[in-house]
Design a protein around this ligand. Structure first.
Ligand SMILES: [Zn+2]
Length: 358
């Protein structure tokens, strides 16, 4: 396992070095100019100010300076359009400009309103925010953030969860396994039915001495009034469900409640019903025909995933791709955006997840 990680790290370093050379010697500039890509790349950001506990434990996290550099680069070199425009490209209602990019932010963290929006405004840009409405009105938090927060704040070396079936799952938090354990535990918890997950989280917080501790103070969410102000300033407000479950794990009634509750709240906050929906987690296995039928039934016209790809004429409006390009040097971001890698690495297989996500 450690060997595989070392090879992967070496590959990333080599790619970063190649990206540095291509960016600084003007090759990417020429590529953008003479070989523009077709379709729309839709970027999905989350918090742009990853809290210290996340950086400490996971060793990743985009900062505001990195975000500002990416936006400056995009504003200068790409054609930034809205997700409404991207949807119209998918349905064939409008042509697509070359090198088109659309920006979106998931979950509804406060830094989207307080840092991202002012920065975009400086460049006369706006974006879309997909809000988990229960986080916005304070009925729930993001358990994925809480889990990282708890593990960062504990000295415990192990966590052990007893399932309703009697099965016991153990996760080591010792030494350098700590960061990896977070990913493992988080992905495992995501797939549990809601009640089982809640029960597991209660056990975990109890064992880690974290009862009542929440990441919310360090990673706060917007309020309904922040959402309204974003909408008034031209941002598109979409739904990201109410409590952020993986929709394919829900019973039909729960699924309907997640969609209608979030839709009604956003309508009340912004004055108009949301058109766009971003699937929580958003991978290939997190969307199915039943989820799409429920989205259509609830009145949404677009469903956004978290998989690699570009929106082109004829893209399925309920399986639209978005990609996350976080925490990378600007030259690597420039290479990823250019489309050059896709030309040399195109594989004949379905779209893949771009990275772990919330
Ligand atoms: Zn999310």
């Amino acid at each position: 396992m450690a060997g595989i990680r070392a090879v992967s790290l070496l590959k990333q370093r080599a790619l970063n070095a190649v990206a540095w050379a291509l960016h600084h010697f003007g090759v990417l500039y020429l590529w953008r100019r003479f070989r523009p890509y077709n379709g729309v790349k839709v970027l999905a950001y989350h918090s742009i100010q990853k809290a210290a506990f996340t950086r400490r434990l996971l060793g990743t996290g985009m900062g505001p300076d990195q975000f500002a550099a990416q936006i400056r680069f995009l504003a200068k070199n790409y054609h930034i359009i809205s997700i409404d425009h991207a949807l119209a490209v998918a349905t064939g209602e409008t042509p697509c400009p070359a090198n088109a990019v659309a920006l979106s932010f998931d979950d509804g963290y406060l830094d989207t309103a307080e840092q991202a929006a002012p920065l975009l405004r400086e460049h006369s840009l706006s974006a879309a925010v997909f809000t988990a409405t229960g986080c916005i009105d304070g009925r729930c938090g993001m358990w994925t953030d809480d889990l990282v927060y708890w593990i960062d704040h504990t000295a415990e070396q192990r966590v052990s969860i007893t399932m309703s079936s009697g099965e016991v799952r153990q996760f080591s938090l010792a030494g350098c396994a700590r960061g990896a354990a977070v990913f493992q535990l988080r992905e495992w918890l995501k797939r549990l039915p809601a009640r089982e997950r809640l029960d597991a989280l209660v056990q975990i917080s109890g064992q880690l001495g974290a009862k009542g501790l929440t990441a919310r103070a360090e990673m706060p969410f917007m309020s309904p009034s922040d959402v309204r102000q974003l909408a008034e300033s031209g941002w598109i407000v979409g739904s990201h469900s109410d409590t952020h479950p993986i929709l394919t794990s829900l019973e039909p009634e729960e699924l309907e409640r997640e969609l209608t509750a979030s839709r009604e709240l956003i309508t009340a906050w912004t004055g108009s019903p949301p058109v766009h929906f971003a699937y929580p987690n958003g991978g290939d296995g997190d969307v199915d025909d039943a989820v799409i039928a429920a989205l259509i039934n609830a009145g949404f016209r677009a469903g956004w995933m978290f998989v690699r790809g570009r929106v082109v004429a004829g893209s399925d409006p309920y399986r639209l791709p978005r990609v996350g390009l976080f925490d990378m040097p600007l030259h690597r971001f420039a290479l990823e955006m250019s489309g050059m890698l896709e030309v040399f690495t195109t594989r004949r297989e379905p779209p893949r997840r771009s990275s772990p996500r919330r």
